[in-house]
Write a protein that binds this ligand. Structure first.
Ligand SMILES: C[S@@+](CC[C@H](N)C(=O)[O-])C[C@H]1O[C@@H](n2cnc3c(N)ncnc32)[C@H](O)[C@@H]1O
Length: 267
């Protein structure tokens, strides 16, 4: 019997176990499909193609101690590493980190090689106030049941004045089918329904889980973690971007937001 898709509860342990093995299994395919768009040492916030080099959402990073969570192959950290920063890139999935190791071996400039550690974004093995910046581009946040804990951990390891910045699928997309064409422009479920999306095998065991929060939920999670929201960036789809990435496409990108980037500071 084939696997099924369900809308049902999925707790922290089930979610993390499912997503670790899903990303381990998908790592090669993910980089075959998206590696060209992401580049080996480039910092792109999402399928719209917004670059940190242009947006500067991390602020002035010169001399900064930076932690990337949910880094995948750590292209963003690799871009930052060529500047005057101290960086650590981390991810839950060893499969994704192995892609990062291969990229580290491929880059000719040693300054573009980044330290990689296997870390769950829910339990950071770092001391309080040990970083100036924590960030993730599309990592961790929707892949855990308790995203408020991710915000708490980011806040804990940040020094006062430090920044936590994360991009994720724009919450509005939850209400629409994950279809890059006309079919993806219909509302099929409630934006307010936080029941997780779960792919499961024939025994009912979760193999992939995504959790939804509204924009307001995210702002409240950040505030509860002691962080102050500076901006919520909704990148517009540029005319020059003709790429389709899963449900993200020029057609939908011209009409509705696809990515939300939350920029927060620890007072
Ligand atoms: C969509 S990929 C993004 C990877 C990379 N940032 C990029 O832009 O290509 C999501 C990443 O989040 C990671 N992830 C999922 N749950 C995690 C967790 N609990 N802790 C740390 N990383 C996690 C996955 O292993 C995966 O590498």
């Amino acid at each position: 019997m084939a696997g099924t898709v369900a809308r049902r509860a999925a707790d922290q342990d089930e979610t993390v176990e499912a997503n670790r093995s899903w990303w381990d299994g998908q790592a090669d395919e993910y980089y075959l499909e998206h590696g060209g768009f992401l580049g080996d040492a480039d910092f792109i916030w999402g399928p719209e193609g917004l670059r940190e080099a242009d947006a500067r959402l991390l602020g002035d990073v010169s001399g900064a101690r930076i932690l990337e969570i949910g880094a995948g192959a750590a292209q963003c950290s690799r871009w930052l590493a060529s500047q005057d920063v101290r960086i650590v890139a981390s991810d839950l999935s060893f499969g994704m980190l192995r892609q990062g190791l291969e990229l580290n071996h491929r880059v000719s400039d040693p300054s573009g090689r980044v330290p990689l550690v296997q870390v769950d974004g829910l339990a950071l093995p770092f001391a309080d106030e040990s970083f100036d910046v924590v960030f993730t581009a599309y990592g961790v946040v929707p892949f855990v049941a308790d995203s408020a804990l991710v915000m708490h951990e980011a806040s804990r390891v940040l020094r006062p004045g430090g920044r936590f910045v994360f991009s994720t699928t724009h919450p509005l997309r939850w209400a629409l089918p994950d279809d890059p064409g006309e079919g993806g422009l219909r509302v099929i479920q409630s934006y307010f329904d936080r029941t997780p999306y779960v792919e499961q095998d024939e025994t009912g065991r979760a193999t992939y889980v995504e959790h939804h929060r509204t924009i307001g939920d995210r702002v409240r999670e950040l505030a509860a973690a002691g962080l102050r929201v500076i901006d919520v960036v909704e990148p517009e789809w540029p005319e020059t971007n003709t790429a389709t990435w899963g449900g993200w496409s020029p057609l939908r990108g011209r009409l509705i937001p696809g990515t939300a980037i939350f920029v927060a500071e620890k007072p």
